[in-house]
Write a protein that binds this ligand. Structure first.
Ligand code: ADP
Ligand code: MG
Length: 116
């Protein structure tokens, strides 16, 4: 089974406070859909932003399709545009009861509109 995303011992320490994530590891095999679940503030967004390259992790390693895209210990940081992935950001403005419906509808809306 090919592992397309491998996150190993990921850590992100912002300027103040305790680490946003500390020792996060998981692998996403090819073709699988994985959901990160957890209470607000547990580090889901920070983890995904690190995978996308929008945050610089403090420690740990991220590989995409077998290629290391982030490893502070090895001084590796591949910029977002060279990671060959996409990210759909949450729409928070104007959604009175935010239950994720807006995000779930986005791919369908995009394909109906013919946009990519
Ligand atoms: N840019 C930032 N600067 C400082 N602290 C941050 C920043 N982004 C997130 N955090 C903190 O990191 C922790 C994890 O946040 P986040 O990843 O947004 O959690 P989640 O998405 O699970 O709600 C929280 O304590 C949050 O306040
Ligand atoms: Mg979040």
């Amino acid at each position: 089974m090919t592992v397309t995303l491998d996150v190993s011992d990921l850590r992100k320490q912002f300027a103040i406070g305790r680490p946003a994530i500390d020792g996060v590891s998981f692998a996403v095999p090819a073709g699988e859909i994985v959901v990160l679940l957890g209470p607000s503030g547990c580090g889901k967004t920070t983890t995904l932003r690190c995978v996308a390259g929008l945050e610089h992790p403090t420690d740990g390693c991220i590989s995409i399709a077998g290629r290391i895209v982030s490893s502070p210990a090895a001084d590796v940081f591949v910029p977002p545009r060279l990671r060959d992935l996409g990210m759909v950001f949450p729409i928070l403005c104007g959604v009175a009861a935010h239950d994720g419906a807006a995000e779930r509808g986005l791919p369908a809306q995009a394909s109906q509109n013919g946009s990519r």
